[in-house]
Write a protein that binds this ligand. Sequence first.
Ligand code: SF4
Length: 75
Amino acid sequence: MKIRLDRTLCDGFGICARHAPGYFSLDDWGYATLVGNGDVPQEDRAAVTRALLDCPVHAIIEMCVPASDVTAAGG
Ligand code: SF4
């Protein structure tokens, strides 16, 4: 799983950082920044998916990974 964060959409709700603090950090105003390069290993997928689904403005986007890369990326 690979994600990206569209900071132009982020409205500072902070929900993502609550669900997956290892992937999202919040600035002083509560706006999120993606931690790392967006690669999410299988073991963190549930927490990051929860953050993605709960973001009220859909600022967290799952990137499409070519089928040939799925095995290498761990799904
Ligand atoms: S949940 Fe969405 S709106 Fe809230 S801080 Fe995270 S990315 Fe921004």
